[in-house]
Design a protein around this ligand. Structure first.
Ligand SMILES: NC(=O)C1=CN([C@@H]2O[C@H](COP(=O)(O)OP(=O)(O)OC[C@H]3O[C@@H](n4cnc5c(N)ncnc54)[C@H](OP(=O)(O)O)[C@@H]3O)[C@@H](O)[C@H]2O)C=CC1
Ligand SMILES: N[C@@H](CC=O)C(=O)O
Length: 359
C-alpha cells in the first residue's frame, strides 16, 4: 500500500528512546538514517532518536534529536557514545525513560534468561509514562507477556515484538493479522541461528569454537553465547510463541530444553550415515488443553524440509485449525533483518496511530 503524506502539512515529530545500542540497536539506527526521508515523505512523520542508554558505552539525551551519523561513527570508531559532550548524561535507563519525552521506547538490551529483567521494568516504566513499546528482547514476552499486554491495553498503548522470533519475518503479524478466525494449535521450527550455523559447520568438519566465534563476529550470537548453545534463546522464543499465539503461560524454565553442547562429531557422522542431520527443533503443542513447549536436537531425514534449513536460516510451521499447516522460511538472515524487524514495528506503530487519528 502506498501511503503519501496527503496534507503537505509539516511532518509530525516522533521521538524515540533506545535502551540498548549493540548489534541490533546500531543496525536499526543505520536503517533509520537511510530510510528517514522516505518515512517522512510517506507518512509525514519525522522519526528522531532522542535518547540512547547502554550498560557501559555511555548514555545520550537530546530532546531535539541526536545526530545518528555522528553517534554511529563514535561507537564504531571509539566504542563509546561520547560524540557530543552536551548530550551525555549519567541518568540510569529508568530515569532516562521517565524524562526523555519519547512517544515510543525500543527495548534492545541483552536477553536475561533468568527473569527477563531489567527489560520488563523498562517496558513497565515506558507504559507508565505513556509510551508505546517495541521490543526485540524476547525475555519480557517469555516471562511476562500477558501482564505487559494487559498493562498496554489498559493504557491504550501498543506492545510490538515482531523481532523477537525470526527477526523481521512477519511471524506474529502472520498469525495475528492475516489469519482471522484461525486458532494456532501448535508449531514446529528451527529458531536459533547460532546453533544451526554451528551444527552445519561441524557437519562440514569445522571446529566448534571457530564456528561460534564466527557467529559472534557476525552479530547473531547472544552476548553470552551459552544462551544459544544450551538452548535458552530457543526456549525463550518457544515460550514467547506459546504465550502470544496460544495464550499459554510458559517461561523459559518450563520449556523441556536440551541444547547442542553435548553433541559430538560422532553423533553428527552417525546422523549423516542414517541419511539425515541433527537440528535443534523448537515445538509448541496443546496437551489436554494446556500449551507446552520443547527444544531439543532431533534427527531430521534428508527428505524432510527442515534438513534444507542451512546456516543462519530459520523456519516456523504453524499448525492451525482452519488453515492447516503454514510454514515460513527466513533465508540466511543477517543483522539487517533484525534491524528490519524493529523498523517494521516502528512503521506498524505509525500506521496504527494514524489510522486511529492519534497522529
Ligand atoms: N542480534 C540479533 O541477531 C538479534 C537479537 N535479538 C535480541 O535483541 C536484543 C539486542 O541484541 P544485540 O543488539 O545483538 O545485543 P548486544 O549484546 O549487541 O547489545 C545489547 C545492548 O544492550 C545494552 N544493555 C545491556 N543491559 C543493559 C541495561 N541494563 N541497560 C541499558 N542497556 C543495556 C548493552 O550495553 P553495552 O553496549 O554497554 O554492552 C548493549 O548496548 C537481545 O535481547 C537479543 O536477544 C533479537 C533478534 C535478533
Ligand atoms: N542469538 C539469536 C539471535 C536472534 O534472536 C540466534 O542465534 O538466533
Amino acid at each position: 500500500m502506498k501511503e503519501v503524506n496527503p496534507s503537505h502539512n509539516p511532518a509530525v515529530s516522533f521521538p524515540l528512546c533506545l535502551i540498548g545500542f549493540g548489534n541490533a540497536g546500531q543496525a536499526f539506527c543505520q536503517m533509520l538514517l537511510e530510510q528517514h526521508d522516505h518515512v517522512k515523505g510517506t507518512y509525514g512523520v519525522d522519526l528522531q532518536i532522542v535518547a540512547i542508554s547502554t550498560r557501559s558505552k555511555g548514555t545520550l539525551f537530546d530532546p531535539r534529536g541526536l545526530d545518528l551519523s555522528e553517534v554511529l561513527t563514535a561507537v564504531r570508531e571509539g566504542g563509546r557514545l561520547d560524540h557530543r559532550q552536551s548530550a551525555l548524561t549519567d541518568v540510569d535507563p529508568l530515569g532516562l525513560i521517565q524524562k526523555c519525552g519519547a512517544k515510543a521506547m525500543l527495548e534492545l538490551s541483552t536477553l536475561s534468561i533468568e527473569d527477563g529483567q531489567p527489560a520488563i521494568s523498562h517496558i513497565e516504566t515506558a507504559f507508565e509514562n505513556g509510551m508505546h513499546v517495541i521490543t526485540a528482547n524476547k525475555g519480557p514476552l517469555a516471562w511476562a507477556y500477558s501482564r505487559l499486554k494487559a498493562l498496554a491495553d489498559s493504557k491504550g498503548l501498543e506492545l510490538l515484538h515482531e523481532t523477537t522470533v525470526m527477526d523481521g519475518a512477519p511471524v506474529f503479524n502472520l498469525a495475528k493479522e492475516t489469519l482471522p478466525g484461525c486458532k494456532v494449535l501448535g508449531f514446529k521450527g528451527i529458531l536459533n541461528s547460532t546453533t544451526n550455523f554451528v551444527l552445519e559447520r561441524m557437519e562440514a568438519g569445522d571446529n566448534y569454537d571457530e564456528a561460534l566465534q564466527e557467529a559472534k563476529r557476525q552479530g547473531f550470537a547472544e552476548a553470552d553465547p551459552s544462551l544459544d548453545i544450551d538452548g535458552w534463546d530457543a526456549a525463550a522464543k518457544t515460550s514467547a510463541l506459546i504465550n502470544v499465539l496460544m495464550a499459554g503461560s510458559t517461561t523459559p524454565l518450563t520449556i523441556d530444553r536440551t541444547g547442542i553442547a553435548e553433541i559430538t562429531l560422532e553423533d553428527i557422522t552417525a546422523a549423516r550415515e542414517r541419511g539425515g542431520k541433527l537440528k535443534l527443533i523448537c515445538e509448541g503443542i496443546l496437551e489436554n488443553g494446556e500449551a507446552k513447549g520443547s527444544v531439543k536436537p532431533v534427527f531430521v531425514s534428508n527428505q524432510d524440509m527442515f534438513s534444507t534449513i542451512d546456516a543462519t536460516t530459520s523456519t516456523l510451521c504453524l499448525k492451525t485449525d482452519l488453515m492447516g499447516e503454514i510454514c515460513m522460511v527466513e533465508r540466511q538472515p543477517e543483522i539487517q533483518q533484525t534491524a528490519y524487524g524493529v523498523f517494521s514495528d516502528t512503521l506498524t506503530l505509525i500506521r496504527r496511530l494514524k489510522a486511529s487519528g492519534s497522529l
